[in-house]
Design a protein around this ligand. Structure first.
Ligand SMILES: [Zn+2]
Length: 390
């Protein structure tokens, strides 16, 4: 790597940190506010994260650079940092005070939580998208073509090939820039509708929906604590269209609230499958396990992860890394919270048949790390070429 590249890499790394870690340079997200944001939680630290932490810490997955390779591994995170983002100023963060003081029991507080979670994900994604747009724009495209490996890309020897490459590149930059703007549409839509639900209380499990929202909000309250918090966005491309799904899992001392934010325009089969996940406690546990293998935005009680047998943990980590073995709306073939499942089967024998206790020893066979890694790299490299089709 030459000096110029190293410098560009370091600059990129600093910009990434400024988005994902505490940085007072960002403006408050509340429309019209010009104060600087504080680093605040998407999921309440005081009544949720703290109840599953040990010594003020949780376990999560983090990506570590190893030479030129990035690898996922389990790591520890302070409750101060878990789900925190550079979002609102102190004044506007007070909008969420009720979520830090009492468990969510009304449709109104559910929607407020959805706003907080969705905007935390959207703003990070949008800033990352802006960063990669800027990265693309700073490339000298003529120079890039000149320096390209023409053995690997022989079409770059021809004028026609060069023009094609340039137009494909321009489309990719435009798509990235458009995405960064589009991501902020949903949080703003929710903010304008925060008052719609009124004081209606939530039942055990159902779907909050209104014509005025582009998304369904299925939810389920479990009467026991799951030892994990999730605040995630799962971007998908289905039939050439971007669809972003959001999920929130909030463990309280003696209960757990699971929430989805699902585009109404999703495929009907996918919608049916997802809604099924909110229809029973056992299905909801399956969903949470599926979500943590599909997103890296979860925070678990450290001793719970340590109790999982080593072989299972390794398969889980690799499946999280490659995302090729599992789709978020389907049941994950391996169970993760086996001790919770066992304890529940004793407390609530009526749930036993659904708790998949017989699956606790199932450890799926996977291809080797290298084979899966090669395939992932190939898929990433093929990505820009999808813009050639238009
Ligand atoms: Zn503000």
């Amino acid at each position: 790597m030459n000096k110029e590249n190293i410098e560009r890499d370091n600059k990129h790394e600093r910009a990434l940190k400024s988005i994902l870690r505490r940085d007072g340079k960002w403006d408050c997200l509340y429309p019209g506010c010009i104060q600087k944001s504080i680093f605040s939680h998407a999921i309440s630290k005081s009544i949720s994260l703290a109840t599953i932490a040990e010594n003020g810490h949780l376990t999560t997955v983090e990506s570590r650079r190893n030479g030129n390779e990035k690898k996922l591994q389990f790591g520890s995170i302070s409750v101060q940092d878990a789900t925190a983002f550079n979002g609102f100023c102190e004044t506007h963060d007070a909008l969420f005070a009720s979520l830090d003081n009492e468990e969510i029991t009304s449709a109104k507080s559910l929607l407020l939580q959805v706003y907080r979670s969705v905007i935390s994900e959207c703003v990070n994604e949008s800033r990352l998208s802006k960063l990669s747009t800027a990265g693309f724009m700073s490339l000298d495209i003529e120079k890039t073509i000149e320096q390209a490996d023409t053995v690997e890309y022989p079409f770059l020897l021809e004028d026609e090939g060069k023009e094609l490459f340039k137009s494909m590149f321009a489309k990719m930059v435009a798509a990235e820039s458009q995405r960064s703007a589009e991501l902020m549409i949903l949080p703003n839509q929710i903010l304008e509708r925060l008052d719609i639900p009124g004081g209606n209380s939530l039942e055990g499990g159902s779907v909050f929906t209104t014509e005025q929202l582009s998304h369904y909000i299925p939810y389920r309250k479990l009467s026991f604590q799951m030892p994990v918090a999730v605040n995630c966005i799962i971007p998908t491309v289905i039939g050439g269209e971007n669809r972003d799904f959001y999920f929130v899992v909030i463990p309280y001392e003696k209960s757990t609230l699971i929430v989805g934010v699902v585009p109404k325009s999703s495929d009907q089969t996918l919608l049916d499958t997802l809604m099924q996940s909110f229809s029973s406690d056992a299905a909801a546990i399956d969903l949470v396990e599926s979500l943590i293998v599909s997103s890296n935005e979860w925070y678990m009680t450290p001793s719970v992860l340590e109790e999982i047998p080593y072989n299972k943990r390794e398969v889980f980590l690799q499946d999280s890394t490659f995302g090729d073995a599992h789709r978020f709306y389907e049941r994950y073939e391996m169970t993760i919270f086996d001790n919770l499942r066992k304890a529940l089967a004793q407390q609530k024998p009526e749930l036993k048949p659904e708790l998949r206790l017989e699956d606790s020893d199932v450890i799926p066979q996977r291809e080797s790390f290298d084979v899966r890694h090669q395939r992932m790299i190939a898929a990433i490299c093929a990505q820009p070429f999808k813009y050639l089709k238009d």
